[in-house]
Design a protein around this ligand. Structure first.
Ligand code: ADP
Ligand code: MG
Length: 555
C-alpha cells in the first residue's frame, strides 16, 4: 500500500511516491509526467482525462472541461455532454485517473495521498479537495500548501539548512508568493500573498491580442475554432520563447496565412502589465513577513510560467537577487508532496523533521461598532498565525438587561463581516447584565488539519462548543450518493490511451488545417482508425509509430 503525493493543479496534475528513501516521479499511462487537468467524454461516452481530453477541448468543447479547480468548493456546474458535474466531482475524476495510473506504474495499490492546494484556499476549498479524494477512493488526511511543498522539495535537494526562502509559484492561472523559514529541522511558513487571477494564460492572451492586432484581425470576427487555434499557437510561441531568442507565430485562417515574429523584448513590452502584477505579491509578502531581501537565503521558482527566462530576470531585477535555477518548476510541488508523504509515514530519513503551517486567512466574530453601530469584524486569529493556534477574546453587552449573545463567526480580511465568509453561529444565554459589562469569552482553536473549533464561555461559566470547519461539507448521505454516481462513470480503457490521443490530435489538426492538406490527414486518420479496429497488436505497433511520426512532422 503506497502513499503518494499529488500536485492537483489548475492546468496540470502529477504524482510522486516516496519509496526506497526518496521521492520518485510517477509517469502516467502515456509515460508522461504531467497530466493536463482536463476531463471529457470520448465518442463512446466514456470519461477521458489528460492529454487526449486536452486535444479535444477545441474539437469537442461540449464534451470537455478545463480549469475547474478555480471554482473548487462552489456549486458551479460544468456540463460533460448531458451530465452536470461540480468542480469537486471533476477533480475527483482527475484524482481517480492519477490514482489508477500510479497503481499501474507502481504495481501496487495506492491507498492514501498527500495533496497540495494553493495557500489562499479557504476552508470550503480545502474540505472540497479532501472530499474529492475520498470520492476517488483515496484517503487524504493531510493537504499541503503548494509553497510549503515547493520549499520541502528545495530543502530535500539542498540539505536541510537553516534559512528563510521566498517561493514564487507561477502556474497557468495563479501566482502564489510565500516566505518559508527552515530552522532546526522545523519548517514554517511565515507569510503568503498571491494573485489568483494571474498566470501563464495572461501571456497567451497578450500574444493572442498582439497577433490579431499585427495582422488586422478582429477577435470577434474569428470562429471559435480559429480563435482556439490562434490561442494554441500563442501558447506554443510563448513556450518557444523560453528556449529560443525569437519565434515565428503563424496561423492559417480561411486559406490565408497570418504571422508575426516575436522575441523576448517584444514579449516584455506587450505583456508589460502582467510583469508589473507579478511584483505586487512579492512586495506584499515581504511587507507582511517584515523581511528584507537580504535576509532571504534563496528565491525558489516553481510553476510552468517560471520556465520563462523573462520571469526569472524580472524577479531578479525587482528583488536584486538571482533566483535559484536548479529546481524543476514542473515537478517541485509534487516532489514536496511526496517528501511530505515520507514525513507522514515516519520514514527514517525524516524522523526529526516537523512541519508547521500557517492559517492563510483571519478568523473572528462580528460585533457592533460603538459609534456607528455598524457591524464590523473583531479578529481573533490573525492571518498568517502559526498552526496550531488557540486565541481567546472577551466581549461585553451592547444593551442594558441583556441576557443573550449571538456570535457569528467569519473568515476573511474585510473589516465588514458581510464581505467575508460566514462559517457559523453560536448563541449563549446568561443572567442579565447591563451595557458594557462582560458577557462571554470566545475561543477559536485552529489545528494543523484545518479543523476550527469555537468555544463560547459565558460569564456564568457555561461553555458552548462547535466545530465549524474541517468537518465534511457534504453529509455522509450526500457523499454516498455522489460516490455511487461517480462509480457508475466508466473510464475509457487506458490500454488504448495512446491510440486515442493520436486520433484526438489528428482530429484537432484537421480542424485547424489548410483545406487541401486536410484530405491527406483524413486519409491517414481513417487508415489508423481501421488498424486500431482490427486490433492486430503487431500491425498496430508499427502503424502507430508511423502515424505518430507523421503527426510530429506537422505539429
Ligand atoms: P498549474 O499550477 O496552474 O496547474 P503549471 O505549473 O503546470 O500550472 O503551469 C502551467 C503554465 O505554464 C501554462 O500557462 C503553460 O503555458 C506554462 N508553461 C509551461 N511550460 C512553459 C515554458 N517552457 N515556458 C513558458 N511557459 C510555460
Ligand atoms: Mg501549480
Amino acid at each position: 500500500m503506497a502513499i503518494i503525493g499529488i500536485d492537483l493543479g489548475t492546468t496540470n496534475s502529477l504524482a510522486t511516491v516516496f519509496r526506497e528513501g526518496k521521492p520518485e516521479i510517477v509517469s502516467n499511462a502515456l509515460g508522461n509526467i504531467l497530466t493536463p487537468s482536463v476531463a471529457g467524454l470520448d465518442d463512446e461516452g466514456n470519461v477521458i482525462v489528460g492529454e487526449s481530453a486536452k486535444e479535444r477541448l477545441i474539437t469537442h468543447p461540449d464534451l470537455t472541461v478545463a480549469e475547474f479547480k478555480r471554482t473548487m468548493g462552489t456549486d458551479k456546474g460544468y456540463y460533460l455532454g448531458q451530465q452536470l458535474f461540480t468542480s469537486q466531482q471533476l477533480s475527483s475524476i482527475v484524482l481517480k485517473k492519477i490514482k489508477n495510473d500510479a497503481e499501474k506504474y507502481l504495481g501496487e495499490k495506492v491507498e492514501e495521498a498527500v495533496i497540495s492546494v494553493p495557500a489562499y484556499f479557504d476552508d470550503r476549498m480545502r474540505s472540497a479537495t479532501k472530499q474529492a479524494a475520498e470520492l476517488a477512493g483515496i484517503k487524504c488526511e493531510r493537504l499541503v500548501n503548494e509553497p510549503s511543498a515547493a520549499a520541502l522539495a528545495y530543502l530535500y535537494d539542498h540539505g536541510w539548512k537553516d534559512g528563510t526562502y521566498m517561493v514564487v509559484d507561477f502556474g497557468g492561472g495563479t501566482l502564489d508568493v510565500s516566505i518559508v523559514d527552515s530552522f532546526d529541522q522545523v519548517m514554517e511558513i511565515i507569510a503568503v500573498a498571491g494573485d489568483n487571477q494571474l498566470g501563464g494564460k495572461d501571456f497567451n492572451d497578450a500574444i493572442f491580442n498582439y497577433f490579431c492586432a499585427a495582422n488586422g484581425l478582429l477577435e470577434g470576427d474569428l470562429t471559435a475554432e480559429h480563435r482556439a487555434a490562434v490561442y494554441r499557437m500563442a501558447e506554443l510561441t510563448k513556450i518557444a520563447l523560453s528556449t529560443n531568442p525569437f519565434a515565428v507565430m503563424s496561423v492559417i485562417i480561411d486559406d490565408k496565412e497570418y504571422s508575426v515574429t516575436l522575441d523576448n523584448n517584444m514579449l516584455i513590452k506587450i505583456a508589460h502589465n502582467v510583469f508589473e502584477r507579478v511584483h505586487d505579491p512579492i512586495r506584499r509578502v515581504l511587507k507582511d513577513s517584515r523581511m528584507s531581501i537580504d535576509e532571504l537565503e534563496d528565491i525558489i521558482l516553481v510553476g510552468g510560467s517560471c520556465r520563462m527566462p523573462t520571469i526569472a530576470a524580472f524577479i531578479a531585477k525587482v528583488t536584486g537577487k538571482t533566483p535559484c535555477t536548479d529546481i524543476d518548476p514542473d515537478t517541485a510541488i509534487a516532489i514536496g508532496a511526496g517528501v511530505f508523504a515520507g514525513i507522514k509515514s515516519r520514514n527514517e530519513n525524516f524522523k526529526d523533521i516537523v512541519m508547521t503551517d500557517i492559517c492563510p486567512f483571519s478568523l473572528g466574530v462580528s460585533i457592533l461598532d460603538n459609534y456607528t453601530k455598524d457591524e464590523i469584524m473583531s479578529f481573533i486569529i490573525q492571518r498568517n498565525s502559526m498552526l496550531p493556534t488557540s486565541k481567546v477574546q472577551s466581549y461585553c453587552a451592547v444593551n442594558n438587561n441583556q441576557s443573550q449573545s449571538r456570535f457569528d463567526i467569519f473568515q476573511g480580511e474585510s473589516i465588514y463581516p458581510k464581505n467575508n465568509i460566514k462559517l457559523g453561529t453560536l448563541v449563549i444565554n446568561y443572567d442579565p447584565v447591563n451595557a458594557g459589562e462582560h458577557t462571554a469569552d470566545v475561543r477559536l482553536t485552529y489545528d494543523i488539519n484545518g479543523m476550527l473549533m469555537v468555544d463560547v464561555t459565558s460569564k456564568d461559566g457555561v461553555t458552548e462548543s462547535k466545530i465549524l470547519m474541517g468537518s465534511s461539507r457534504l453529509s455522509q448521505k450526500e457523499m454516498e450518493a455522489t460516490k455511487e454516481r461517480l462509480e457508475k462513470i466508466k473510464f475509457a480503457d487506458s490500454e488504448n490511451e495512446e491510440d486515442k490521443l493520436l486520433i484526438a490530435r489528428c482530429e484537432r489538426i484537421i480542424e485547424e488545417t489548410y483545406s487541401f492538406e486536410r484530405d491527406v490527414l483524413i486519409d491517414r486518420l481513417m487508415w489508423f482508425k481501421a488498424v486500431v479496429d482490427r486490433g492486430n497488436t503487431v500491425e498496430k505497433r508499427k502503424v502507430r509509430a508511423q502515424f505518430k511520426e507523421f503527426l510530429d512532422g506537422i505539429s
